[in-house]
Design a protein around this ligand. Structure first.
Ligand code: AHG
Ligand code: MN
Ligand code: MN
Length: 338
C-alpha cells in the first residue's frame, strides 16, 4: 500500500531536514491553519443546506458586501490562529484594522499572518470554487509586546511561508516555506490533508489567459494589445490561446499554475491600482508562483519587491508562466504603460 503523508507529518519532516534547530512553533501554526481550513470546508460543503448562504447585510472596510461565509471564515481563522499560541497579529481583508494578541498563550508568539479568509466569495451562492489565502512573517517588534504596523508592512521577500486552500471539486491546500511548493488534498474519509501534488512546477509557457474581458474598454493599451495577441492564430506559438476566468483568484491561479497560463488584473478606470490587495492576495500568490518557477509582477516591478504602505493596499497583478509574463510586459512597455 502506498504510504500517505499527511500535512502535519510533512511539515515536521521538512522542519527536521531544513531547520533542525526550529522548535516546532511554525508546525503548530500550520497545524491550526489546517484545522481552520477543515472547518471552513465543512461549512462551504453544506452551504446550501443551512442558512449560511448569501449576504450578511454588512460591508467590509473596502466597501465590499460581506457574505455570511466571509464572516464565518474570518472568525474561524482568527480563532484558530490565536489558539495556536504562535500568532501575535493578523491583517485580514474583513477587518478594518490589525488584530493583535500578546498576552497569555500568545505572549511568546513570533509570527504575524495576513489573510484573505474567503477569496471569490461572490461566487459562493452558485457553487463555484472559493479559497483562503494566507502569508506568514516573523514579527520585527519585540516578542511579548503588541504587534505593530511595521510588522505587517514587510516586503514579500521577507515572507516565511504562504499558502492557499481551494474549496473546489476536492479541497486542496497548497503551501510553500521557500523551498518548493507542495499540494495536499483533503481526504474526507480520514479528515486529513494528504500530499497529492509534491514539488509543483509550473510550465514555462501555456495556452491560458485569464482576465475579466468585460472591462476591456477600461484596460491600458498594452493589455488590450496583449489580449488581441492571445487571440491571433499562430501555430508556431500555439495561438490562439484559451480564455478562462472564474472570478476567484485562487481557482484561476491554481489552474494556471498546474496547466500553464497567465492571470492578469490590470489597473482599470474604476480601480486605478487594480483590484487585488498586495498583502493578502498578491504577495502570497506571488511567492507560491515564484517557488513553482513562475513570475509575478505589478506593472514593471516584481510584486515581492514592493514596499507595502497600507494594509489594504491594491496593486496591479500579472502572475503565471514566466514566458507569458515577459510577453505581456513587452506589450506594456511598447504601449508606454510601464
Ligand atoms: P474577494 O472575494 O476576496 O473580495 O476577492 C475577489 C477577487 C478575486 O478573487 C478575483 O480574482 C477578483 O476579485 C475578480 O474580480 P472581478 O469581478 O472584478 O473580475
Ligand atoms: Mn480575494
Ligand atoms: Mn475575500
Amino acid at each position: 500500500m502506498q504510504k500517505v503523508i499527511a500535512l502535519n507529518e510533512f511539515i515536521i519532516q521538512q522542519q527536521q531536514t531544513d531547520y533542525p534547530a526550529a522548535g516546532g512553533n511554525f508546525s503548530r501554526l500550520l497545524h491550526h491553519i489546517g484545522i481552520a481550513a477543515k472547518k471552513v470546508n465543512r461549512e462551504v460543503n453544506k452551504a446550501g443546506l443551512i442558512d449560511i448562504l448569501g449576504k450578511a447585510g454588512t460591508e467590509n472596510v473596502q466597501g465590499e458586501e460581506q457574505q455570511k461565509l466571509d464572516i464565518y471564515a474570518n472568525e474561524t481563522f482568527m480563532a484558530e490562529l490565536q489558539a495556536s499560541g504562535e500568532c501575535c497579529g493578523i491583517a485580514s481583508e474583513e477587518n478594518e484594522d490589525l488584530t493583535t494578541f500578546h498576552e497569555g498563550l500568545c505572549s511568546t508568539a513570533k509570527y504575524i499572518v495576513c489573510m484573505d479568509p474567503l477569496d471569490g466569495s461572490s461566487n459562493i451562492d452558485v457553487n463555484v470554487s472559493v479559497g483562503t489565502i494566507f502569508s506568514i512573517y516573523r514579527r520585527k517588534s519585540p516578542i511579548g509586546t503588541p504587534a505593530t504596523r511595521e510588522d505587517f508592512l514587510q516586503k514579500g521577500t521577507d515572507m516565511v511561508a504562504a499558502g492557499y486552500v481551494i474549496y473546489g471539486s476536492s479541497t486542496v491546500l497548497v503551501y510553500t516555506a521557500g523551498n518548493g511548493v507542495n499540494g495536499f488534498t483533503l481526504d474526507p474519509s480520514i479528515g486529513e490533508f494528504c500530499l497529492s501534488h509534491p514539488n509543483i512546477k509550473t510550465p514555462r509557457s501555456g495556452k491560458i489567459y485569464s482576465i475579466n474581458e468585460g472591462y476591456y474598454e477600461k484596460f491600458p493599451m498594452g493589455v488590450k494589445k496583449y489580449i488581441k495577441y492571445c487571440q491571433e492564430k499562430d501555430t508556431a506559438t500555439n495561438r490562439p490561446y484559451t480564455s478562462r476566468y472564474i472570478g476567484s483568484l485562487v481557482a484561476d491561479f491554481h489552474r494556471n499554475m498546474l496547466k500553464g497560463g497567465l492571470f492578469i488584473y490590470p489597473p482599470t478606470d474604476s480601480h486605478p491600482n487594480g483590484k487585488l490587495r498586495l498583502l493578502y492576495e498578491c504577495n502570497p500568490i506571488a511567492f507560491i508562483a515564484e517557488q513553482a518557477g513562475g513570475a509575478a509582477f505589478s506593472d514593471s516591478r516584481r510584486t515581492l519587491d514592493l514596499q507595502p504602505e497600507t494594509i489594504h493596499q491594491r496593486v496591479p497583478f500579472y502572475v503565471g508562466s514566466p514566458e507569458m509574463v515577459s510577453k505581456l510586459q513587452e506589450f506594456l512597455k511598447a504601449a508606454k504603460d510601464i
